[in-house]
Ligand binder design. Structure first.
Ligand SMILES: [Zn+2]
Length: 103
């Protein structure tokens, strides 16, 4: 058992130093990643609400929507750079024409 108060990695509940397992979800004080996932799944299936870091950890890293949004903004950004370059070259052409006296 830990010699300090600890926070459950599965559900985020604070537990006393003497506790071998979480008082809320029964996850071990020193779980493997599989034990964390199992305890978290069992806990949320019973309607338990995750807290703190456990809530953030349970969130999927990237959803399909996130990826689509990133690609969309990347595309818009590259398109904007491309337009600026084109406009820049047109300005240079217009300046060259003006210098040469071409309308
Ligand atoms: Zn817990």
């Amino acid at each position: 058992m830990p010699a300090y108060a600890w926070t459950c990695l599965a559900c985020g509940q604070s537990n006393a130093a003497a506790a071998e397992s979480c008082g809320q979800c029964a996850c071990s004080a020193t779980p493997t990643s599989r034990e964390i996932n199992t305890a978290r799944q069992r806990f949320t299936d019973r309607g338990g609400a995750l807290q703190g870091d456990a809530l953030m950890a349970a969130r999927p890293d990237l959803t399909g929507g996130d990826v689509a949004s990133i690609l969309f903004h990347l595309f818009i950004g590259l398109f904007g750079i491309s337009l600026n370059r084109r406009r820049g070259s047109n300005d240079a052409t217009a300046a060259e024409h003006a210098r040469r006296g071409i309308a």
